[in-house]
Design a protein around this ligand. Structure first.
Ligand code: SAH
Ligand code: SF4
Length: 349
């Protein structure tokens, strides 16, 4: 099977070139051009025989944009095809200071959260580090961005399909690849990783010495209620999650964020707000309230904007730092996994 050249870090690329009898200065040319999303054929500074050798051994452009959908609010959704025909999605959000890209880390997900479209068919496979990087460089090039300070994608969030900490090694490698000064050079400080709360991996992450932003999908302050919507709650209690968050803060000195989806009669009750205040008050954290993107495959409902602001008010009054995330891309199946699900259904019909 062909390999993926974007999986190689700078040193691996250099060593590979030396192994096949090439000069190591070629590494910089290849690394830069791959981070510019160039086809191997288009790296014309390379002699033709080297290009041919690379094309024999590696997949050319392993991640391709096959569909884009623009939302009325400027959010843009991408469907990427992978070398084996699988598809994943990404969402691009435009802020005042630049673009933030949300990337997928797995095809599907095995965590099975009830409200999420990504987990409907379980996990299909992990993405490699180079495939995750492929999503970033494909969109950066789509925006006519370059490398380093010429890049257009400024921030990356790992909130597309998949549980990044269930694909730990590839995810950490991806973050390091993005940070390489020879390539697109996105600093870990501009990367946010969202997890459903895989406690043991959260401890590992704290030891990586990567200053990324940690986000945890909490979605309920009560273990039993959380278990109703998140099977992973069977494995790790909220107390254990909070312990791992404290450890993350102690090690990295970085504030962490809780994601909290507002589900009618489930997570959006007054009791939940009060309990959240009780367990989170005084912690170096921020709560990001999210409106539920209703997925037709389940029967969960969201709450009205008015009710969402009441919930937010309760948290703020209780002394928590909290915001209600602006609704983005709701008209283009903005939620995690929804577009891919729609695409698969269309292909089957
Ligand atoms: N697996 C990771 C990251 C990907 S999901 C995680 O669960 O954190 C990114 C975020 O989208 C999570 O907070 C997740 O709970 C949320 N999400 C998933 N489905 C959603 C939906 N239908 N509506 C709103 N948010 C959703
Ligand atoms: Fe997986 Fe995250 Fe979706 Fe849960 S919310 S099924 S962990 S992608």
């Amino acid at each position: 099977m062909k390999k993926i050249l974007l999986d190689y870090d700078f040193n691996q690329l250099k060593n590979y070139l030396l192994e096949i009898g090439e000069k190591s200065f070629r590494a910089k040319q290849i690394f830069c051009d791959l981070h510019l999303n160039k086809s191997i054929n288009d790296i014309t500074v390379l002699p033709k025989n080297l290009r041919e050798k690379l094309l024999d051994e590696f997949v050319d452009l392993p991640v391709k944009i096959i569909k884009t959908l623009k939302s009325g609010d400027g959010t843009e959704k991408f469907l990427f095809s992978l070398y084996d025909g699988n598809v994943v999605e990404g969402v691009l959000m435009k802020y005042k200071y630049g673009y933030t890209l949300c990337v997928s880390t797995q095809v599907g997900c095995r965590m099975g959260c009830k409200f999420c479209a990504s987990g409907l068919n379980g996990l299909i496979r992990n993405l490699s580090a180079g495939e995750m990087l492929g999503e970033v460089v494909a969109v950066n090039s789509y925006l006519s961005g370059g490398l380093k300070d010429k890049r257009k994608v400024i921030n990356v969030v790992l909130m597309g399909s998949g549980e990044p900490l269930d694909n730990y090694d590839n995810t950490v490698k991806f973050i390091k690849l993005m940070a390489d000064e020879n390539g697109i050079n996105i600093s870990p400080r501009n990367v946010s990783l969202s997890t459903s709360g895989l406690v043991n991996k959260m401890y590992d992450l704290a030891n990586e010495d990567l200053p990324i932003n940690l986000t945890v999908s909490l979605h309920s302050p009560f273990d039993e209620k959380r278990l109703e919507i998140m099977p992973v709650a069977k494995k790790y209690s909220i107390k254990e999650i909070l312990g791992a968050c404290d450890n993350y803060f102690n090690k990295t000195k970085r504030r962490y964020i809780f994601e909290y989806v507002l589900i009618k009669g489930q997570s959006a009750t007054k009791e939940c707000a009060n309990e959240l205040i009780k367990i989170l008050k005084g912690k170096p954290c921020h709560v990001n309230l999210i409106r539920l993107n209703e997925v037709k495959e389940n029967n969960l409902s969201g709450i009205s904007d008015k009710e969402a602001y009441v919930f937010l008010g309760l948290l703020e009054k209780g002394g928590l730092s909290a915001t209600l995330r602006r609704r983005m891309g709701a008209d283009i199946d903005g939620a995690c996994g929804q577009l891919r699900q729609r695409y698969i259904e269309e292909m089957e019909n």
